[in-house]
Design a binder for this molecule. Structure first.
Ligand SMILES: [Zn+2]
Length: 122
């Protein structure tokens, strides 16, 4: 499974149990947008239809955890670079650095594409 950067963000958001509304309600935009407009904006980000500013990535990462190195790798692959795919859980898209995108103890894999957290939940 090759995720696009936007699909990766969407997968990590849903894995963290957050809705579009949960995320956009705490992100400020300039100019100010309505909640419905911000939801549409987030959906476009998740569909790779709009460019994402660095400040947006930082704001999103305060709402749900994801691995910046994975996002970078997926962006490069999308841009045509021939790089190995990052290892991701097929359910929650956690990477080698764990669900928080930072090194955590007792993190690991149950199968090549299934993390221990998702394996124990099934
Ligand atoms: Zn998982």
């Amino acid at each position: 499974m090759t995720l696009t950067p936007g699909a990766y963000l969407k997968c990590r958001r849903t894995a963290s149990g957050k809705s579009h509304e949960d995320v956009v309600d705490v992100i400020e935009t300039d100019p100010a947008l309505s909640q419905a407009e911000r939801v549409e904006w987030l959906k476009m980000i998740e569909a790779d239809l709009v460019a994402v500013r660095w400040s947006t990535i930082v704001a999103l990462r305060q709402q749900f955890p994801f691995d910046l190195a994975v996002l970078e790798r997926l962006s490069l692959i999308q841009d045509g670079y021939d790089l190995p795919l990052p290892r991701l859980c097929r359910i929650c898209a956690s990477s080698d650095t764990g669900p928080l995108g930072i090194a955590v103890p007792a993190w690991g894999w149950d199968a090549p594409d299934l993390c221990i957290s998702c394996a124990s939940a099934t």
